[in-house]
Design a protein around this ligand. Structure first.
Ligand SMILES: Cc1ncc(COP(=O)(O)O)c(C=O)c1O
Length: 368
């Protein structure tokens, strides 16, 4: 068994599984699964509140996780907020821009667009992310439908004074973002799309004290009277209630695992993208996107519903996503219906890409 695949227990249980739904969530290496267990066996207690030793240990584990995430994205620990997922992170970000007119794009996930629809004073969906010139900008770093990466640094250079919010949910699983270089105001991503556990997301905030939390509750205040509250002066003001402590610990293990495999991942990404071009040509199976930077391929079949294709692929043990992928405005903008999306990650290989293309060809023939 390939050394990377052998780190993922799910492939022991399902040896024939061709898992190509990585843009939705990735599988977990045993190191991450064991880290969750390790936390509950050794450190479990609530954090920040207890003065007993076990609670202090758990608090230290959690705060170390914050430091590790900060290091990974080249930020400071007091700029890192742990939340439930990228969706929650983006909700906090957009809520804080509720009095603004926001320039966003057709390439956004619903978790960016819906909060904008709800909170923004006004908004505009732009066609070209890198051409946006505006005061308040909310954009994706990489599209979950087309796999294209956008040059966020360029957007900052074109908009020196703008407030810029970035959805990094699809970028961070493949590349390390650099907060200092990109100089954005807020940046969101999810642990579960990059080998880590579900239930944990990250919101980087360049200037945390300029903004306020969306959720209120325990652990975020310095003082509460019968009529008012004062928020803490630190990043904990965004983390009301008990946070995902075990998940934060396991995420540090996921980051170390991913970091040690980044070169392999980049080579694989490029190989898959390169090989896909000739395979699509050979089998006359065309995705809607041809300029992807990360290996995400979305297919639109005019006469076959995407869900039917996905169900048939499942008969061949191929897991893909079908539908709008929480990006319905993009599908409408591209004038297409629901698509079938195959997204590759570190444990996939060229053979699986070939199998996908050949199987798609067979399915198309059946429906002809
Ligand atoms: C580009 C993008 N943004 C945001 C999200 C939301 O992530 P989560 O479901 O982890 O909140 C996704 C998930 O698919 C995504 O692809």
């Amino acid at each position: 068994m390939d050394t990377i695949i052998s780190d993922f227990p799910i492939f022991y249980k399902y040896p024939d599984l061709i898992y190509l739904d990585n843009a939705a969530t990735t599988q977990k290496p045993k190191q991450v699964i064991e880290a969750l267990e390790e936390f509950y066996y050794n450190y479990n207690s609530n954090i920040h509140r207890g003065v007993y030793r076990l609670s202090e240990i758990a608090t230290e584990v959690y705060e170390k996780a914050r430091e590790r995430v900060a290091q990974y994205i080249h930020a400071d620990p007091d700029q890192i907020v742990f939340v439930k997922n990228a969706t929650e992170a983006l909700n906090i970000a957009i809520y804080n821009l509720r009095d603004r007119f926001i320039h966003t794009s057709y390439y956004e996930h619903h978790s960016m667009l819906l909060p904008i629809y709800r909170y923004a004073k006004g908004y505009k969906l732009c066609e070209n992310i890198e051409d946006i010139k505006a005061d308040t900008i909310a954009i994706t770093h990489a599209s979950n439908v087309t796999g294209k990466i956008y040059d966020v640094k360029l957007v900052r250079e074109n908009n020196i004074k703008a407030t810029i919010i970035v959805d990094g949910a699809q970028y961070v699983p493949h590349y390390k973002p650099d907060m200092k270089k990109m100089d954005v105001d807020m940046y969101a991503f999810s642990s579960h799309k990059m080998l880590g556990p579900t239930g944990l997301g990250v919101l980087y905030i360049k200037d945390p004290y300029r903004y306020e939390p969306l959720l209120l509750g325990g652990g975020i205040v310095s003082n509460v009277t019968d009529s008012m509250y004062r928020l803490l002066d630190n990043i904990e003001r965004y983390e009301a209630g008990t946070p995902p402590i075990a998940e934060a610990y396991a995420f540090t293990v996921a980051l170390s695992y991913l970091e040690s495999k980044l070169d392999v991942l980049h080579r694989l990404d490029q190989e898959i993208i390169r090989k896909s071009t000739s395979l699509f040509e050979e089998y006359d199976i065309r995705p809607i996107n041809t300029d992807q930077d990360i290996p995400i391929f979305s297919f639109y079949f005019k006469n076959i519903h995407a869900h039917d294709v996905a169900e048939m692929l499942d008969n061949y043990n191929i897991c893909v996503r079908s539908g709008y992928h929480c990006a319905q405005p993009l599908h409408e903008y591209l004038n297409i219906g629901p698509t079938v999306r195959a997204s590759f990650y570190i444990y996939n290989n060229i053979y699986q890409l070939e199998k996908l293309v050949k199987t798609l060809k067979q399915i198309v023939k059946i429906f002809k």
